[in-house]
Design a protein around this ligand. Structure first.
Ligand SMILES: [Zn+2]
Length: 244
């Protein structure tokens, strides 16, 4: 009997059964995606993720994008559409999904906290541009990150760069929030790190339910931020209006 792989970790052994199983799986995956439910805290990557060079990836994706557009019935010889497959392929590999490349992780140089500032530091209103991994549509919003130094501090712009690095992936907002906190915990050598993200998902705003007003808030509180008072202080700082 032939074994047909359906998805990683799943096989079926009977052709008649295969159809049922496939339909069940499609329904399951569709409903996970439609409800924006992520399944892991690490970005699910293949073992061979980096076997191809970026140029090789662009070359393959370019043909795939062309295939999608042609299947939709578009005439790719039109001057306006002719460059789209290559443009989209480059944008995927070198811009909006560049954070899949571990070499692009910002080097977070840390410093000794010489002036012994032991209070909370909040970097707020960090712009988030990411992509929903269920619909490949933009997620746009703000991240607010806080930490309490235990002797190590990090350059302020590094926090923005860390947010941007993890945002440049197909993402689930909950995972993005956790990944930012976990990375900063490592860099700063403390558990006392927190992140709140408030973002609009274009897959909710522009299609499906088409609710332009709704946004999604996710939070991850580590160490002292699990305590009510510390958490309150962080939330109060975020509410402060910054005017220049
Ligand atoms: Zn989505």
């Amino acid at each position: 009997m032939r074994t047909v792989p359906i998805a990683i970790g799943m096989t079926v052994k009977n052709n008649r059964y295969k159809h049922m199983k496939l339909n069940n799986n499609i329904e399951k995956f569709e409903s996970l995606g439609n409800n924006h439910i992520g399944t892991s805290k690490d970005t699910p990557m293949r073992n061979d993720a980096f076997k191809l060079s970026k140029e090789e990836k662009i070359d393959i994706i370019k043909d795939d994008v062309r295939h999608i557009l042609e299947t939709l019935g578009l005439d790719l010889t039109d001057d306006s559409l002719n460059g789209t497959p290559l443009r989209v392929a480059k944008m995927f590999v070198k811009e909006i999904f560049d954070g899949l490349d571990p070499d692009k992780k910002p080097e977070a140089s840390t410093f000794e906290n010489k002036y012994k500032y032991g209070e909370m530091l909040v970097e707020k209103n960090i712009t988030v541009y990411s992509t929903c991994e269920h619909h490949l549509l933009p997620i746009v919003g703000k991240a607010h990150v806080a930490y309490i130094s235990n002797g190590t501090v990090v350059g302020l712009s590094k926090i923005n760069r860390i947010v941007d690095y993890f945002a440049k992936r197909p993402q689930v907002q909950e995972r993005l929030t956790i990944q930012i906190v976990e990375e900063l915990k490592k860099v700063l050598n403390t558990e006392d790190v927190a992140c709140i993200i408030d973002a609009k998902h274009l897959c909710v705003n522009s299609r499906g339910i088409r609710d332009i007003e709704s946004s999604t808030v996710t939070s991850e509180f580590g160490g002292k931020f699990k305590e009510k008072g510390t958490r309150r202080e962080f939330l109060d700082y975020i509410k402060l209006e910054t005017k220049f």
